[in-house]
Design a protein around this ligand. Structure first.
Ligand SMILES: [Fe+2]
Length: 195
């Protein structure tokens, strides 16, 4: 039997899905659409009482975990609760779709990049500290990396233009080989444990 908090969370996620509906599932999600999505995510993330740590427990020794909150029927919009319990330094990467991140607890430092017009290598641009009240978003062509070093746990909401539980492609930059590599982006997605 779902708890009162889980029910309240489902209702708030439903409101979020209705708010972002005009902006998702289209082939041409724009920077303006992403700004509207960011605003909706900040409203949802402000409801910290709906995301208690007991519902999103660490499954093992992995440094992070992704919990599914909502995926639309077409699989063209997918909202996750992301928790990080240990240091993570990701390579510069693209998601193969648009993405937006909003802070819930602690800080997820995001590094954005521009591309060298001659070599296509990522060049650091802006560093954005994603904390409560802050959101960032990326078009499919935008590049970022995350550099998380506590305080732990770090909790964020992640929203993508496709489900991460199904195979898709991500691109990451290998600084040693000095080239972009494509790899399957299918990740393990957990369900919140209702208490
Ligand atoms: Fe990313």
């Amino acid at each position: 039997m779902p708890s009162r908090i889980a029910n309240a969370r489902s209702a708030e996620v439903r409101t979020f899905s209705e708010t972002v509906d005009p902006f998702v599932g289209t082939a041409d999600t724009s920077r303006d659409s992403l700004r509207s999505i960011e605003a909706a995510m900040k409203v949802l993330a402000a409801h910290t009482e709906l995301f208690p740590a007991e519902h999103f427990q660490r499954p093992g020794s992995e440094p992070g975990a992704l919990f599914e909150l909502w995926v639309n029927e077409a699989g063209t919009a997918a909202l996750y609760y992301n928790v990080i319990w240990d240091d993570i330094d990701s390579p510069a990467h693209r998601h193969g779709t648009w993405a937006a991140i909003a802070g819930l607890e602690s800080v997820e430092p995001n590094q954005t990049y521009r591309l060298d017009p001659e070599t296509d290598a990522p060049i650091p641009a802006e560093r954005i500290e994603v904390t409560p009240g802050i959101a960032v978003s990326m078009l499919p062509t935008d590049v970022h990396s995350i550099h998380v070093h506590g305080p732990f746990p770090v909790r964020t909401l992640h929203f993508y233009g496709r489900s991460l539980a199904t195979a898709g492609l991500r691109e990451l930059y290998d600084p040693d080989l000095k080239k972009w590599e494509t790899y399957p982006a299918q990740v393990t997605v957990l369900q919140p444990s209702v208490v």
